[in-house]
Write a protein that binds this ligand. Structure first.
Ligand SMILES: Nc1ncnc2c1ncn2[C@@H]1O[C@H](COP(=O)(O)OP(=O)(O)O)[C@@H](O)[C@H]1O
Ligand SMILES: [Mg+2]
Length: 228
């Protein structure tokens, strides 16, 4: 059974997939057995042959050079670009915790270091109907995972990152680190964002990812410590 880490973000489009791709690649480049898993993906493009392409998984698979088949990497794939609970309601295929647990455990059995990407930000309903109410945080708790947060390094990040950390803490989910995306070296506001976020949360910013980066600058010993 391998170790795992959950990647959440301060919002959708903040760069969770991009950063996760580099993270998984960093592990693989160090010779480690790394895998990727995502419970629910919405906004998938059709491939023209009657299937939907899980874009996030395809990206990470390509960047990190994963050999796993795409269908093993994501459990629920919806075409509509809306929250999974709404996409699920429209398609009649609800997200179920037990299926996620089964797929997650299988992925964790196959890989020494499994990185699980969230959907949206930290407050994301996965299922909301008469029978079941499931939020992303219930999945993180149910799988007993700790988190790292991907945040934009720019304007507004003090608010969104500190709120995300506080929310996770209110749910007793461990927060192990922050990744600053779209980092501009030497930008004094971004440097201050880093200092303020670290000061206000006590959580370290572990790596800084610039536009177009193809590698992540982080010590492998520091990275593997995040996986439990
Ligand atoms: N550091 C970066 N350099 C270049 N493009 C990036 C970077 N971070 C994110 N992107 C691009 O921004 C878009 C949103 O990022 P993505 O990782 O898909 O966000 P999320 O997974 O949080 O929704 C994607 O097109 C992605 O390729
Ligand atoms: Mg993504």
């Amino acid at each position: 059974m391998g170790k795992a880490l959950f990647v959440t973000g301060t919002g959708t489009d903040v760069g969770k997939t991009y950063v996760t791709g580099l993270l998984v690649k960093r592990l693989k480049d160090a010779g480690l057995d790394a895998g990727y898993y995502k419970a629910a993906l919405s906004g998938a493009e059709p491939d023209g042959k009657g299937h939907l392409i899980p874009g996030d998984a395809a990206w990470v698979k390509q960047v990190a050079g994963l050999s796993d088949p795409l269908e093993d990497l994501v459990t629920y794939v919806y075409r509509e670009a809306v929250s999974p609970h709404l996409a699920a309601r429209h398609t009649g295929v609800p997200v179920e915790m037990e299926r996620i647990r089964t797929d997650f455990n299988r992925a964790k059995e196959h890989h020494a270091y499994l990185t699980m990407e969230g959907s949206g930000g930290i407050l994301c309903p996965l299922c909301w109907d008469d029978r079941q109410e499931l939020l992303l945080e219930n999945v993180i708790q149910g799988l007993d995972l700790g988190c790292v947060i991907v945040a934009d390094a720019g304007l507004g990040t003090i608010n969104s990152t500190v709120l995300t950390v506080e929310y996770l803490r209110s749910r007793t989910i461990p927060v192990r680190g922050i990744f600053f995306n779209h980092w501009i070296p030497g930008d004094s506001m971004q440097e201050d964002n880093r200092a303020m976020v670290e000061r206000l949360t006590g959580v370290p910013v572990l790596a800084f990812i610039q536009q177009g980066d193809t590698e992540m600058d982080i010590k492998i010993e520091e990275l593997i410590k995040l996986y439990r």
